[in-house]
Write a protein that binds this ligand. Structure first.
Ligand SMILES: CC(C)(COP(=O)(O)OP(=O)(O)OC[C@H]1O[C@@H](n2cnc3c(N)ncnc32)[C@H](O)[C@@H]1OP(=O)(O)O)[C@@H](O)C(=O)NCCC(=O)NCCS
Length: 334
């Protein structure tokens, strides 16, 4: 069996073959044409010295890999962990290639001094791809630690968004919501960083242990540069408490400028003492409206939440979001 090989994003033919295999396998498993674009992978995996960076791998021939993988390494928040995806070409399954890919990945992660591997698999619940992922994980000692559910918000009715925003304004009178399409103003960046750092400790543990994220203004600027390098637009709604003047929450949506139909919800967070007052729904509606105003071709927002995160799911269901897929999360201690 050939060993795992690194794929460099500037190695034209090797990267093109990697992306083709990744994209095809991912579409087959998830039943959707959503997912990272080649230019986004170039930005994610192009700089190995970036504190949060990905590496790309292939198994088999350079021009026609049997399987591919990607792993993200985050030096800022958790230096024990690697978060990976792995795929084997549909017609080449059940020949031990997935096993070889996983073994190569484990060697690499260990060699990088990390001891925890998380594997994420996007699947349609109940589909063959879901049973393959679960069967493979069980056979290879990966524990199924959590499931994130993917929902889609259809933005086909602009009046509904305006209405939601108006209701939010009416209900959450002690707050104001600002929408940013572009870099955070200097005056707000420290507060934005503080809030970004609180979210990781406040969502259910996916299985690798809860780790606080370390955010400062420089990391917010890095994120903004990274989003631009990926060719994406990032719209952020910020909620401010009128009494104290402090920011108390944010909600981020992002969309590719080259494939703008489907946007993605990134973080949404409200500080605990400001919850239950409609601030999150207002921010989500305001961010969605801001996004559609800036990117009129965008017609839906995809969001993913841990299946145990009851408050967020209740909010999303009330907004009318529908389930389309789920992301199975597996963890192995190495
Ligand atoms: C999961 C995946 C990587 C497996 O690749 P593969 O090359 O078929 O895996 P292997 O041949 O090494 O299978 C090893 C063992 O896993 C189990 N397994 C693999 N596919 C399975 C399936 N469809 N149903 C049940 N068990 C399965 C079996 O025990 C198998 O051993 P066996 O063939 O001797 O019975 C592949 O189906 C795939 O790319 N799926 C989509 C992406 C994905 O789910 N990735 C994350 C997996 S955690």
């Amino acid at each position: 069996m050939s060993p795992l090989a690194r794929v460099a994003v500037d190695d034209g033919p090797a990267f093109a073959a990697w992306f083709e295999c990744y994209d095809r396998a991912q579409r087959d498993a998830s039943g959707s044409d959503e997912g990272w674009l080649a230019e986004e992978w170039r930005a994610r995996a192009g700089d190995d010295t970036a504190p949060v960076h990905s590496r790309l791998y292939r198994l088999g021939p350079v021009g026609s890999p049997d399987g591919v993988a990607a792993a993200e390494y985050n030096d800022l928040d958790d230096t024990r962990l690697a978060v990976a995806e792995l795929y084997v070409e549909g017609a080449r399954r059940r020949r031990g290639l997935g096993t070889a890919l996983l073994a190569g990945l484990i060697d690499e992660v260990r060699a990088l001094g990390r001891d925890t591997l998380m594997v994420r698999a996007l699947v349609v619940p109940g589909d063959e791809a879901a049973s393959a992922a679960l069967g493979f994980a069980r056979a290879r000692g990966l524990a199924h630690t959590s499931t994130s559910v993917r929902r889609v918000w259809d933005l086909d009715d602009p009046r509904r968004l305006a209405d939601l925003e108006a209701r939010g304004r009416d209900r959450a009178r002690g707050y104001e919501v600002l929408v940013l399409d572009g870099p955070t103003p200097d005056a707000l960046v420290a507060e934005r960083a503080r809030l970004a750092g609180l979210i990781a400790g406040d969502v259910p543990d996916a299985g690798a242990g809860v780790r606080e994220e370390h955010w400062d203004p420089a990391r917010v600027r890095d994120l903004e540069r990274h989003v631009a390098a990926m060719g994406r637009r990032l719209v952020v709604a910020l909620a401010r408490d009128r009494a104290s003047g402090r920011l108390v929450g944010f909600s981020e949506v992002t969309v590719s400028r080259t494939r703008p139909r489907t946007a993605y919800q990134w973080g949404t967070f409200v500080e605990p003492e400001h919850r239950g007052r409609g601030v999150a729904t207002w921010m989500k509606a305001a961010a969605a409206r801001g996004l559609v105003a800036a990117s009129p071709a965008t017609s839906r927002i995809v969001t993913e939440n841990d299946a145990r995160n009851a408050p967020v799911i209740a909010m999303n269901e009330a907004l009318g979001l529908r389930v389309t897929a789920e992301c199975l999360v597996f963890v192995a201690g190495l």
